[in-house]
Design a protein around this ligand. Structure first.
Ligand code: C2E
Ligand code: CA
Ligand code: CA
Ligand code: CA
Length: 279
């Protein structure tokens, strides 16, 4: 049935319009995806490099489109941002992740944070604080078990504005990480103003950290910067034992990546924790 649908679209439209058609199809269906319950949240663990304990699970959204199958967030998040749909979708992820973390606690899993990616559009919303406070109240999750990941480039778009929002989030008691760190040009001077807990080294630096001396230098510099400002440093995209050794030798605090686990559906997490955490 999938093949048929695609052929029909090709039949009616010249090749030139294919991209526009796909975009329109995506946009139309994105508007219905929440109501149709087509979104899922997958979870990927963050691991303490010394104790190997899991500190958090990062929520990563998945879209199961009825015709197109799995659409990657890299494809639909930008569209959600352009159309404003990121606001209800982002709120849905926040609520789903907080509810899920409560559920894991009730099931007797060890305490860990749930980390949710925040779009720049959400970060700029006037009612962001109210929304988060509301969801915490509604789900009964304690604020320190929620972590927000905000990219360095979103923060650096307007550092003064970011300082004030980050302060308010800190006062609420949630944990804050700067995502994709190293790609967004913040300096030590900027960093010391931001009330955040963690720097997350972008996976583009981690990939070749063993063989590329520039990537190695950037990675060790970020770790040193984090240490000097009393921030935790986590590396994402860790796939090999070699990368892990490098990060461990250079005192990185936490790691995340396929070496430990790919993102998994919520119902796989309990089993994973039992095996991994030796419960
Ligand atoms: P991100 O926040 O930087 O997430 C890391 C991405 O790297 C994820 O891709 C993850 O699946 C992938 N990844 C994890 N471990 C490895 C590894 O060892 N190697 C490699 N090569 N990749 C790894 P994903 O799930 O496709 O998400 C892509 C991006 O979409 C995210 O990047 C984030 O910017 C955005 N995103 C995902 N979920 C949400 C969400 O709920 N809200 C918002 N606003 N953005 C989201
Ligand atoms: Ca992230
Ligand atoms: Ca990232
Ligand atoms: Ca990224």
């Amino acid at each position: 049935a999938k093949g048929e649908g695609r052929n029909n679209v090709q039949f009616y439209s010249p090749r030139m319009d294919e991209n526009a058609d796909k975009r329109l199809l995506l946009e139309t269906s994105l508007r219905k995806a929440l109501d149709n319950r087509e979104f899922r949240v997958y979870y990927q663990p963050k691991v303490d490099i010394v104790t190997k304990k899991i500190t958090a699970m990062e929520a990563l959204i998945r879209w199961e489109h009825p015709l197109l199958g799995l659409v990657s967030p890299g494809e639909f998040i930008p569209l959600a941002e352009e159309t404003g749909l990121i606001i209800p979708i982002g709120e849905w992820v926040l609520r789903a992740a907080c509810m899920q973390n409560r559920q894991w606690l009730r099931q007797g899993l060890p305490q860990m944070r749930v980390a949710v990616n925040l779009s720049g559009y959400q970060f700029q919303q006037k009612n962001l604080l109210e929304t988060i406070r509301g969801i915490l109240g509604e789900t009964g999750l304690s604020a320190d078990l929620l972590e927000l990941e905000i990219t360095e480039s979103v923060i650096m778009q307007n550092p003064d504005f970011a300082v004030s929002v980050l302060n308010q989030l800190r006062d609420l008691g949630v944990h804050i990480s700067i995502d994709d760190f190293g790609t967004g040009y913040s300096s030590l001077a900027h960093l010391k103003r931001f009330s955040v807990n963690t720097l997350k080294i972008d996976k583009s630096f981690v990939r070749d950290v063993e063989i590329n001396s520039a990537d190695a230098a950037i990675t060790t510099a970020i770790i040193a910067m984090g240490n000097s400002l009393n921030l935790k440093v986590i590396a994402e995209g860790v796939e090999t034992e070699g990368q892990l050794s490098f990060l461990s030798d250079n005192n990185c605090d936490e790691v995340q990546g396929y070496l430990f686990s790919t993102p998994m559906p919520a119902d796989k997490v309990a089993g994973f924790m039992r095996e991994y955490g030796g419960m």
